[in-house]
Design a protein around this ligand. Structure first.
Ligand SMILES: Nc1ncnc2c1ncn2[C@@H]1O[C@H](COP(=O)(O)OP(=O)(O)OP(=O)(O)O)[C@@H](O)[C@H]1O
Length: 578
């Protein structure tokens, strides 16, 4: 709904950063911006003035560079009659919240041509509670063709000035996501909004696992301003990985031993339509289809940290989060029961993995992230570590679970995130280890994710902020999910299951997870000024769109995509904490 101003002051302004504002300015919520300035001044130069009927009242309407304001026309009153305070009724919307304009016409069945002109309809993006965005309309009624034509053209001109908004998108849709409803979600909720916004789309419905990766390897993307993935975490992760791989290839980078990967060339938008939507949830603060679609339409881009997973110097994949131990075993088990529904198999796998809870003996080496403040302090203190001492730290022993997360990983069972202390683009990862403990204590720790209590306040849980991690299993027993069926096989090639963004990754030896830092300070810097990669919001793989990002509520902070991939489905099955 439009905002109302009383006594000449803006009383409420929903969030959102100024369009085209530089990053520093963009960090200031527009609510602040509005409340510190006189609305007239804040609205910028006046472009048009006119009369329209709005909500059944005849109104004076003023369109300025940044706002559309209106107030009902009042009949003249005897002087001193304070009952009719014109200012009390002024309402406005910010121009940056408009995403489309159409001429409103009435067409009867028998009528030829365009129908009778009624006025202009503006399509607006509104920010609601809990990070939710909602589309709305505002009708400006005036039957004059000439009058409406002038206003319509002016709105069109303003909209054309939002160069960061996409005009053409490549959409990749997984029809198998969740309960096979991604196609319906797209046609009922996403496509109509994209059509209203005048965005051209080219939709590919994937036919098999790995289709998106194969498609994005060579398809022509030049005509697109972004890629949109409709599906769950698995699909989002695959698309992000594909976009990043493609970017490395285009930049002539060797993918193994990647030191400074380049960003994906296009932003990636994520429409949550899977059984788990952790990346979309972390990115938007809410797993809500219309919110995700509106972020894409409005050209909002958020940088997201991304990491590489490699073993013996070979790149395995790009990703956002990983779990080893309990999290990996649970996913390996769930994959064996694909014939069950997603929720059933996850519940079942969790129960089974808990019943056979077993620690993994391994050595974990990591590079802690030290704040620049701490570095200064150490220098001042002449700490030996600042003199080139080995910065790597090592912990070892039996661990029940090891989580490495570059993003907060919000999900319904962990509303504050599986890694609540990390941010989307803070340039570091959370390393969370659960050492060996009793099953009841471990279950208590898992259940805490769903509550407001600190899930890390257990003596067997340790958390670190890191830039790089190496996990080396010390036993060579590996893991064979067949054994969970009582079928002990010879298992000639032992490997360890990892849950990377909800996808099963098998590794036989040490896995190195590296968060990539800014290379030249330009290419890899996230739009939000972080030093990581960025993932898109519309999901962006950076590049095409500006740094525009709405004042997203930050559940744990905000998100954006550079080349990232999604932590999709579940690191922890949704029912894990039930
Ligand atoms: N047509 C298809 N048939 C089978 N699998 C597909 C198809 N298209 C994509 N996939 C694969 O399905 C996997 C899971 O998809 P997605 O994450 O979108 O849904 P989900 O409901 O969250 O998944 P899951 O239930 O497996 O956790 C992806 O890794 C993707 O590669």
């Amino acid at each position: 709904m439009p905002r109302r101003r009383r006594g000449g002051r803006v009383c409420a302004l929903e969030g959102g950063r100024e369009e085209e504002a530089p990053p520093a300015a963009a960090a200031v919520p527009s609510a602040l911006w509005a409340s510190q300035l006189q609305p007239e001044a804040a609205a910028g130069q006046i472009l048009l003035r006119g009369i329209f009927e709005i909500g059944r009242s005849s109104c004076d309407v003023v369109l300025s560079e940044r706002a559309l304001r209106w107030w009902p026309i009042q009949p003249e009153r005897p002087a001193g009659d304070s009952k009719y305070d014109v200012q009390c009724k002024e309402e406005f919307i910010e121009v940056k919240d408009i995403f489309s304009v159409k001429l409103k016409r009435r067409c009867s069945a028998k009528q030829q041509g365009n129908g009778t002109l009624l006025g202009i309809t503006l399509f607006i993006c509104l920010k609601k509670e809990q990070n939710k965005l909602k589309d709305s309309t505002l009708d400006l009624i005036n039957l004059s063709e000439d009058h409406c034509d002038i206003w319509f053209k002016q709105f069109k001109k303003i909209l054309a000035g939002f160069s960061n908004r996409p005009k053409s998108l490549k959409v990749i849709l997984n029809p198998q996501s969740h309960k096979k409803e991604a196609t319906q979600v797209y046609s009922e909720k996403v496509e109509p909004l994209l059509r209203i916004a005048g965005i051209k789309t080219d939709v590919t419905i994937t036919e098999y696992a790995g289709h998106a990766l194969a498609l994005l390897r060579d398809c022509e993307l030049q005509e697109f301003d972004g890629v949109v993935c409709v599906g769950g975490d698995g699909s989002a992760s695959e698309v992000a990985h594909a976009l990043l791989l493609r970017a490395q290839k285009s930049a002539g980078k060797e993918t193994d031993s990647l030191l400074a990967p380049v960003r994906a060339q296009l932003p990636l938008g994520l429409i949550p339509a899977g059984s788990t939507n952790i990346l979309a949830h972390s990115l938007h603060g809410i797993p809500h289809v219309v919110t995700a679609t509106l972020h894409i339409i409005m050209g909002h881009v958020q940088a997201v940290d991304v990491c590489t997973f490699s073993t013996t110097g070979k790149l395995l994949r790009f990703g956002f989060s990983a779990m080893f131990g309990f999290g990996g075993r649970t996913l390996a088990l769930a994959e064996k029961y694909r014939w069950m529904s997603p929720n059933q198999r996850r519940d079942f796998a969790v129960m089974k993995a808990l019943a056979r809870l077993k620690p993994e003996d391994c050595e974990i080496s990591f590079l802690p992230c030290i704040s620049s403040h701490a570095v200064q302090e150490r220098k001042a203190e002449g700490s030996p570590k600042s003199d080139g001492a080995n910065p790597w730290q090592t912990i070892q022993g039996p661990f029940l679970n090891v989580s490495i997360m570059a993003i907060p990983c919000l999900c319904s069972v962990a509303p504050r995130g599986l890694a609540p202390t990390t941010r989307l683009n803070n340039g570091s990862m959370a390393l969370i280890v659960a050492r060996n403990t009793s099953r009841p204590e471990f279950i208590k720790h898992l259940k805490r994710y769903a509550s407001v209590k600190n899930q890390f306040s257990f003596p067997f849980v340790e958390t670190y902020t890191v830039g790089e991690v190496k996990v080396r299993p010390r036993s060579n027993s590996g893991y064979n999910p067949e054994e969970d069926n009582g079928q002990h096989s010879a298992a000639p090639e032992k490997s360890f299951p990892w849950n990377v963004d909800g996808d099963l990754m098998e590794a036989r030896s040490e896995v190195q997870v590296k968060k990539h830092m800014t290379g030249d300070g330009r290419n890899n810097v996230s739009p939000a000024g972080g030093n990581g990669w960025a993932l898109g919001h519309r999901a962006v793989t950076e590049g095409g769109f500006s740094n525009e990002y709405p004042a997203l509520p930050r559940p744990s902070d905000s998100v954006s995509l550079v080349p990232a991939s999604d932590q999709s489905h579940l690191s922890y099955p949704a029912s894990l904490f039930a």
